[in-house]
Design a protein around this ligand. Structure first.
Ligand SMILES: *Cc1c(COP(=O)(O)O)cnc(C)c1O
Length: 296
């Protein structure tokens, strides 16, 4: 009802400029931003298409939107996504589809094939929503995330989600896009309307985080040096590595019990590395989720 203050306003303006979009809207958490954006733009007759390994909040958003169809395609399979869009286009030329994906997958650290996904959604004039929670501040020459990494703009990715609790180090989330879309989002997203706004102090802290992210490039360079060092050393020791250029470097162990034992052994040696087990990841792929940071 009331709670949008000057700090929120300034942060939204700065996030819009940072992402190269007309406007940005703050949400209280990334989970709520994802429920909000999918729910606001998906109508009852629509198809929602998601990568199988999307973050739980995006998968929940797809379920809660209660559209005619909700399909998941094989991880990073842009051809499968394009085929689903084509099938829908042929069967229901007037219905809309929304393709939803993580930019960086949160348990694997790999990147979505965004140029191919954007080409497919553009070809069928459908929506593409990208949640770049782990890309902002990490990927791209200036920390602009997946869009900067791949050289994609607002025409390719009309709705872009970012969270503030990862590289920004504060709390909350935002959606960025064209002004008309964002106006509709503000009017329709129940997770924006029916909850308390972020405290202004958090918005103010995030403005500082954004300034540091944009000016102190040594942080990102240091992080990437750590990532390189970790991958080189793991390779020398014959550890299985994922195809990840990001701060998330999973080491697949297999059984949940072995992953837990490894995590505890590492804890005794002074390393805080969480074991991720099913159902957060598929059965048989329990892992150590190594997460590197510029402060290491
Ligand atoms: C962390 C994360 C979220 C959730 O963000 P919160 O602000 O913690 O609710 C959503 N999507 C992805 C990909 C994430 O990594």
């Amino acid at each position: 009802v009331n709670g949008h203050d000057a700090e929120h306003e300034a942060l939204e303006r700065e996030l819009a400029e940072f992402t190269g979009r007309e406007r940005a809207l703050l949400f209280s958490t990334g989970y709520m931003a994802n429920l909000g954006v999918v729910g606001a733009f998906a109508d009852r007759d629509d198809l929602i298409l998601e990568d199988r390994l999307n973050h739980a909040s995006l998968l929940d958003a797809g379920l809660l939107a209660r559209t005619r169809a909700f399909e998941r395609y094989a991880h990073c399979d842009a051809d499968a996504a394009a085929a689903a869009l084509r099938a829908q286009h042929e069967a229901r030329p007037n219905a809309s589809a929304m393709l939803v994906t993580d930019g960086v997958f949160s348990m694997d650290g790999d990147l979505a094939p965004l140029p191919q996904l954007a080409a497919a959604t553009r070809a069928y004039r459908q929506w593409l929503v990208v949640d770049d929670a782990h890309g902002f501040g990490v990927l791209g020459k200036t920390g602009g995330g997946c869009c900067e990494h791949f050289g994609l703009g607002a025409d390719d990715i009309p709705l872009l989600v970012g969270t503030l609790g990862k590289a920004f180090g504060t709390f909350g989330a935002f959606v960025a896009g064209d002004a008309a879309y964002l106006e509709l989002l503000m009017q329709r997203a129940r997770t924006y309307i029916y909850t308390t706004a972020l405290p202004p102090a958090v918005a103010a802290a995030t403005r500082v985080a954004l300034r540091l992210l944009r000016t102190e490039h040594w942080r990102r360079e240091r992080l990437h040096a750590h990532i390189q060092r970790f991958r080189d050393a793991a390779r020398r020791r014959g550890l299985p590595l994922a195809d990840s250029p990001t701060a998330i470097q999973p080491v697949i162990i297999g059984s949940a019990r072995d992953a837990l034992t490894a995590s505890r052994t590492l804890a005794d040696a002074g390393f805080r590395i969480v074991a991720i087990r099913p159902p957060t990841v598929p059965a048989g792929s329990a892992r150590l989720r190594v997460t590197l940071s510029a402060t290491h």
